[in-house]
Design a protein around this ligand. Structure first.
Ligand code: ZN
Length: 407
């Protein structure tokens, strides 16, 4: 009675085996073969099939390989390799399972040109050839984001986008706090935070990312602590500075979405002009007393801030320089509406608030929506973004000097 090793040896004598080097050279056409296809483009003409189990395939596999676990070979191989006259190369971890599968395909299923790769993916990797590592969540991530995975609009694909997203928060105050906490919880991969302030007792009425034991600490550091307590995987990029014309382009570069929680005129115009130039969408909110407003300024998809307010008001007409009163919960409401818009922009779910201005009046408990359109005469977004010069960008009256002068 032959043992298992004997059977495999006998089968290997009856099938064709190919070395990974040959597979790499002939199938993936290293360095641009006759067809000039780079290895990363996947197998060319030949069908490459991974016959390992699901978890092994998910870990890594040959570029472009199809997956048919050996246990499902008979029932599924025709979907992966419908043409029985075409060349099929099978591989597994070390070359045994694929040899058995090749034998089955050749002798029982009528495939004419089947081969098994010697040494499997192990030898392939030892030779230093590329493998695809598919996007997949770890077991911990699957558990953490399980409620997202259950909504079809987010699902695995949306969660992967969130994990890959870079979102910049301007301000770690009333609006920035709830946004930071919830976006961290939602799994946004990178959160940049711009804030030059330190935590003050008067902040704690609404700025929930901070705490009594962090009074006096820079807000970027305090927010980072709060974010990490919720989700240690989030990368926090801190900018303990004021956003101004000298640093804005450098800071916002590379972010997918910007969230404006700063709520002051100079920054708003500067940000608008820079975001139009870089085509980065801005989720903007402002709050005062019991009133909040919210919109998404997505350059060239909808209006920009200057389509609504072409030029900044003169300093003497700008809102008062001192602290304004606000219901402590209000930035929570508006900030979380901003966080929802960020998630929609990143995942592509739903209809973002582009071209619409949402007004919330807390005392009357009313939401009002206003349509806002792009202004064909807009001083900024009516033009080619490349033509907006540094000198023109964010030109506004010096509110800070005005406020300082008025005491
Ligand atoms: Zn505009």
């Amino acid at each position: 009675m032959p043992n298992g090793a004997d059977i495999i040896r006998q089968i290997k004598e009856r099938i064709e085996e190919v070395d990974p080097r040959e597979v790499h050279h002939l199938v993936y056409r290293e360095g641009g073969g006759p067809n000039g296809v780079p290895p990363s483009a996947g197998p060319n003409g030949t069908v490459v099939v991974d016959v390992r189990e699901q978890h092994e395939f998910e870990e890594s596999h040959l570029p472009g390989a199809k997956h048919v676990p050996r246990g499902h070979l008979e029932s599924r191989i025709e979907t992966a390799a419908p043409d029985k006259s075409k060349r099929v190369i099978l591989y597994c971890q070390s070359g045994n399972r694929s040899a058995l599968a090749a034998h089955t395909m050749q002798d029982l299923l009528g495939y004419e040109d089947v081969a098994s790769m010697t040494g499997g993916i192990t030898l392939w990797k030892d030779r230093g050839y590329d493998v695809d590592v598919p996007l997949a969540l770890s077991a911990e991530q699957r558990s953490r984001y399980s409620r997202h995975l259950l909504i079809p609009e987010i699902g695995l694909e949306g969660q992967m986008k969130l994990l890959d997203a870079k979102v910049l928060l301007l301000g770690a105050g009333g609006l920035g706090s709830p946004i930071a906490l919830y976006l961290a919880a939602a799994g946004v991969g990178t959160l940049g935070i711009v804030d030059d302030d330190v935590v003050d007792l008067s902040n704690l009425q609404r700025q929930v990312a901070h705490s009594q034991d962090r009074l006096g600490m820079p807000k970027v550091d305090s927010a980072e602590i709060a974010i990490k307590e919720i989700n240690g995987d989030v990368e926090v990029v801190k900018y303990q500075t004021r956003l101004d014309a000298s640093n804005i382009m450098e800071i916002i570069e590379g972010y997918d979405v910007i969230v404006d929680g700063v709520d002051n005129f100079p920054t708003r115009y500067l940000l608008n002009d820079a975001s139009v130039r870089t085509r980065i969408p801005v989720v903007s909110a402002s709050i005062l007393g019991f009133d909040g407003q919210l919109s998404v300024f997505h350059p060239y998809e909808g209006p920009c801030y200057r389509c609504l307010y072409p030029t900044p008001p003169p300093a003497e007409l700008a809102p008062s320089c001192g602290a304004n009163g606000v219901l402590g919960v209000l930035p929570g409401v508006m900030g979380l509406l901003q966080a929802v818009e960020v998630i929609k922009l990143v995942t592509g779910a739903g209809e973002p608030l582009t071209g619409r201005l949402l007004l919330y009046e807390a005392l009357g408990a009313t939401f009002t929506e206003l349509k806002v359109r792009r202004d064909p005469e807009c001083p900024i977004c009516s033009r080619d973004p490349e033509s907006i010069s540094d000198e023109e960008m964010g030109v506004f009256p010096d509110y800070e000097a005005f406020c300082a002068a008025s005491g």
